[in-house]
Design a protein around this ligand. Sequence first.
Ligand code: GDP
Length: 608
Amino acid sequence: MAKRKFYPKNKKNNLKKFKKENKAKKVEVVFFREGMNVSDLASAMNVSNALIIKKLMNMGMMTSINEVIDRDTIELICLEEGVELQDEVITDVSRYDEMDFEEDPENLVLRPPIVTIMGHVDHGKTTLLDTIRNTKVAEGEAGGITQHIGAYQIDFENKKITFIDTPGHAAFTEMRARGAKVTDIVVLVVAADDGVMPQTKEAIDHAKSADVPLIVAINKIDRPGAKVEKIMSELSEKGLTPEEWGGDTPFVKISALKNENIEALLEMIILISEVRELKANPNKKARGNVIEARLDKGRGPLATMIVENGTLSVGDFIAVGNTYGKIRIMNNHLGEIIKKAEPSTPVEITGLNEVPYAGDKFMVFDDEKTTKQIASDRKSRMRELELKKKAKSSLDMLLGDIESSEKELNLLIKANVNGSIEALKGLLEKIDFEGFHVNIIRADVGAISENDVSLASAANAIVIGFNVRPTSNVKNLANTEGVEIRLYSIIYRVQEDIENAIKGMLKPRFEEVVIGQAEVRETYKISKIGTIAGCYVTDGVIQKNSMARVLREGLVIYEGRLGSLKRFKDDVKEVKQNLECGLSIENFNDIKVGDIIEISTQKRIEVK
Ligand code: GDP
């Protein structure tokens, strides 16, 4: 064997490998691209796969050659190897969503800010969005009635502001996760009669990591229990010091319900947007982001999009996510039909071939042929990326990580809009209690169908219905199949429930608690029963059915169950400190005078 090690059969190959690892000229620059796996990186660096795998292992990551590595990790490896990591310069137009577009400053004009409202549940986000919409949306000439298209625009002192009409963080983070930076300003709502809560902190983190300016709106100041100063100091501790205290975070005190001081908030939004000089070039083909999308029975795929740059026009050929289309009808948030949409304008469009996702980017191209080709290129690239990911999970299975495959709760999600699905997926996939996590086996727009129930039954999954309801046929099937269907209309509640379900599924953990100690004073041998120890309880309490540990001169000589427990002649449940008792230990008769019997029970530890 030793011989083979030094003179391998496949000498030639090994020699090649040796040369490659040791003599190959190392590259100086590696170009990063999304979805790079171990072997891509190895070939880009001109080193062996094994070297990369070894480096990852040193970082505590067990990987296969097909595993996709994130940018930070790649950067670390490059740093160690003295190789520079640069972002790839993209020239392929079908990757328009990854490109940076240069603009000549001369062509830029101010555009309205796009605002997202975040904050803890019940602090008043929805009320604030409603109050602003009801009081500030300019009714259209045709008497248009505001329609929920996922965003709306107001006119305030002759300036426009666009609000994303889905409060909460989920929408914001999901869009960011898809690479879309839709929001210019975050308004953080904090209820004056409550305080800084978990989602308040989360919102601060989101805004910080997205590098988006934040305005604090202390809400519900009309409430008797309102403690504005307390909120201000709590937020200061979190790094948001009010301007009036010498910090740099604007604070506005409002009552969303009573419509108090809302104008001050709007003024602050305008002020910040002017300082930031948010600009775009309206005289070119449009680019932008999808905010919401759904399938409408009559009108086909509908998407609400916000134009980021350029002007979007009816008749434009547009690539969106992995689909494409020609804009047929364009509505604004008043339901009015419009022909053109300038930067920061939210519009709902028809004419796409498929339903895109919230956070997908769109871009207008010259003609149908190009647009179609771009969509098809994007689809194949996505398939490639998915295959890479799949290769990874099947490898995990091959490795037989049974422990981890048991540690999951399977879910099947159905919702009324793609946006909710994205949001739910984002929240639920993040859940991790002691390695126990959620596995989403299907997530689709639409009603809960019999097919869903069958799949859930096969996969032992729970069905989550978000703003959708099952028909009675589906309910019956679920009953016979023993599939649980849970219905929700608040994203936060789903998260809460699933977290609780997982806590319930976790195997209970127990901790040993010593409850008492007794000293053996006498022993009696009773035939058929064994040794009975006459004891004196020196500490705590001795309880029936507990665990006993026999200590002799400080050493544990036996551990087992307490057999019987008597006071005088009677069987008892427990004997307290300073009392005498008789006890036996199951399967252990070698008890001696002077032994200490330590009694313990198992206490269940709650998962937090
Ligand atoms: P969200 O979960 O953050 O969207 O909170 P909501 O907008 O649904 O508000 C939660 C509750 O607080 C509702 O009952 C609102 O009527 C109430 N609320 C919101 N803003 C105010 C306010 O300024 N003053 C008072 N008194 N109640 C408010």
